[in-house]
Design a binder for this molecule. Structure first.
Ligand SMILES: NC(=O)c1ccc[n+]([C@@H]2O[C@H](COP(=O)([O-])OP(=O)(O)OC[C@H]3O[C@@H](n4cnc5c(N)ncnc54)[C@H](OP(=O)(O)O)[C@@H]3O)[C@@H](O)[C@H]2O)c1
Length: 285
């Protein structure tokens, strides 16, 4: 079976030979619009734009990089693992790799000041710890919060500063989680870090709106990236969890990507400070 991380979902598998030249020098909009699924509905928003994606080496972030590249964006793919970034660059020619650990505040400031103008930001880097609050350690707390909110905070701050300085509009999307608003067993630490992401997003939306910068979140249920498959394949409560989702299934990576592309693009031009569930109806219950 093809790895979900490598499966661009809505495009790679479906791209037919007749469409091979779609991205030679320009995107053929007419042809793109005839393709069956979502991302191709947004080429006009991303063509020639520079998009910075964190957590780009795996899962949702990697799939997003492939979709954005297909849509004509110039993608700056961020990760902390050399080998994974090399693999991504080999798979998607023309993307710009950028190595940094999102927990390192000053490194991020330095790196982001060296890459030139960027139009869009997607905060996808994140880690999870699923376990009892009673077993959590200080080390785990610091690792989760440093990765999931500190890193996202400083990247967003530097990105917004740069946009404001050059009086440019921009859009930011972060990935939170359904556990930020629902009490889910074993999600105490992870859910708290993602709730911080959503609170930050609301406040940043208010502060950035006068500068024409929008910021939103997608809030997924379980999305079957390799990491999530690994966790949920062995979780005892996996079936019980699915049964609480009205659509009775976990999400696929490309379904989270669709939500991100919508909120990132001008299709959502009047939307800021919102968290959009991608959860099969879980949050509607
Ligand atoms: N999949 C789900 O079910 C689900 C549900 C709710 C929310 N989310 C959120 O969605 C996002 C993506 O999830 P995913 O399942 O696609 O994750 P994933 O496959 O595990 O990928 C996580 C990405 O984040 C990067 N990363 C982690 N720590 C980092 C650090 N300190 N510095 C730089 N990069 C770092 C990883 O890079 P390395 O390879 O170098 O570690 C990797 O590229 C995460 O924020 C996650 O919390 C996912």
């Amino acid at each position: 079976m093809e790895s979900d991380d490598d499966n661009c979902g809505c495009l790679t598998k479906r791209r037919k030979s007749s469409e091979k030249n779609l991205r030679s020098s320009t995107v053929n909009f007419t042809l793109a619009m005839t393709l069956p699924l979502g991302p191709v509905a947004h080429p006009e928003y991303f063509l020639g734009k520079r998009v910075l994606v964190t957590g780009a080496t795996r899962g949702i972030g990697k799939n997003l990089v492939k979709n954005l590249h297909y849509l004509g964006a110039q993608v700056i793919a961020c990760g902390r693992t050399d080998a994974d970034l090399d693999t991504l660059c080999a798979e998607v020619s023309g993307i710009q790799p950028l190595i940094f650990d999102v927990t390192k505040w000053s490194t991020i400031e330095r790196k982001l000041h060296s890459i030139g103008d960027v139009d869009f930001l997607v905060n996808c880097a994140g880690i999870s710890y699923l376990g009892s609050i009673l077993n959590a350690t200080e080390e785990q707390f610091d690792e989760i919060f440093n990765t999931n909110i500190k890193g996202l905070f400083v990247i967003t701050k530097v990105f917004a500063e740069q946009l404001i300085k050059r009086k440019a509009k921009g859009s930011i999307v972060s990935v939170s989680s359904q556990s930020s608003t629902s009490g889910i067993r074993r999600h105490g630490l992870f859910g708290a870090s993602k709730a911080a992401v959503e609170a930050f997003t609301r406040c940043a939306a208010v502060e950035f709106a006068p500068h024409d910068i929008r910021i939103n979140c997608v809030s997924p249920s379980v999305i079957l990236s390799k990491t999530a498959r690994h966790i949920w394949n062995k979780a005892k409560d996996s079936k019980g969890f699915v049964s609480k989702i009205p659509m009775k299934r976990f999400g696929e990576v490309h379904e989270a990507v669709q939500g991100i592309l919508f909120l990132l693009s001008d299709k959502s031009s009047m939307i800021t400070g919102c968290t959009m569930p991608v959860d099969g109806g879980f949050s509607a219950c």
